[in-house]
Design a protein around this ligand. Sequence first.
Ligand code: AMP
Ligand code: GLY
Length: 432
Amino acid sequence: MAANILVIGSGGREHSLAWALARSPGVRKVWVAPGNGGMVSAATEGAAAIAVASVAPEDRTAILRLCHDKAVTLVVIGPEAPLAAGLADDLRVHGLAVFGPGADGAKLEASKAWAKQLMTQAGVPTAPSWVVASRTEALDLLHRRRRPLVVKADGLAGGKGVTVANTMAEAEAAVDRAFAGAFGRAGEQLVLEERLEGPEVSVLALCDGRDLVLLPPAQDHKRIGEGDTGPNTGGMGAYAPVPFLDQQGLEQMRSTIFLPVLAALRARGIDYRGVIYAGMMLTAMGPMVIEFNCRFGDPECQCLLPLLEGNLAAVLQACALGQLGEAPPLITRSSAACACVVAAAEGYPGPVRRGDPITDTGRPGSRSMVFYAGVTRGETGQLQTAGGRILAGVGLGNDFDQAFDQAYTRLGQIDYAGKTVRFDIGHQVRRR
Ligand code: AMP
Ligand code: GLY
């Protein structure tokens, strides 16, 4: 079993990964690089210690040295940028077991045009789309289709590259913005796509190159404002499991979406070991993929991992080694619900205030957790705000009302100037 684990990243997703890995039997210590000041915790009876190392993922030499010095046996890469930049490849060359695809597999997220082509080849249900490389081509297409298509920057744009236009003028403006350089090289090519309607669900698969295990379906809330209004954010909250996608529906996605995608990747010589995250829309014509990500969702991860029983570290290591069949089963807590509510900084998703001290009058419980994201420790050791999304309160319950009570109660014990919270997360599944 993996004894020392290194998690790459610094957000709430990585804190929840470190938390779950530290609770996996056989794990001695979890390192997070670069991590944040809220993640650090001492070893307890049920959990290994979590420590941070201020090493940037771009500094390959320093990451390799860290792996060597700390006798790291498994590396779990959180964010898409280091995956797309080939960090997993560089570490594998040095014999390390890595959970996370190489740069080739990360194209599933890093190029929407590439992902679309793969979906078509694999027969995966998705919206009809066109790839365009110039403004003229894009505007021509819009005029020929005579309706406002969804406009997507091909490359990584930090979640800001998609415009779901309601009018032709909005679609044209999005095309203009992209070709004026709003997304840099990520917007040199666009995918124009038919608009789909229906509830959205995130379904995540842990893959070992050939086989996979599905996590419970989750739903996140991207907009800043209550009632799902206002600008898009990295995610203001999430809940899982999603009650309107049952086990049978999930099994169907395994055979119609995930296994064909893994096979299509393999056909291209890609040994995909990591998360395939499918952003699904449940349309009247059945589930359709609107995007793939090559990593755990943030904040979906924060409400998925607390639902799992079993040894997450052993499962991620088995994926990293291409041996999922030999891993202990990853069981989902039966009849449990998990809620995650993000507290952001004032101004988010625009420019935010920083450096406000964070106070916490509560203490961790078995049914509530806090996962830190945009925080740092000041000179006196005091935790302070240092980003857009500051932390997430996570609650477990027998139903969603209990889970959200736990999450909001825990969040209420934590305070800082400008604390910004949506109080309607999970409105679809709450009764009160
Ligand atoms: P993405 O960055 O690909 O996750 O897209 C951001 C959001 O745009 C998604 O979560 C959807 O809400 C929306 N979206 C993307 N593609 C479509 C589509 N074809 N039809 C309707 N909405 C879409
Ligand atoms: N929660 C959406 C994402 O991680 O992309």
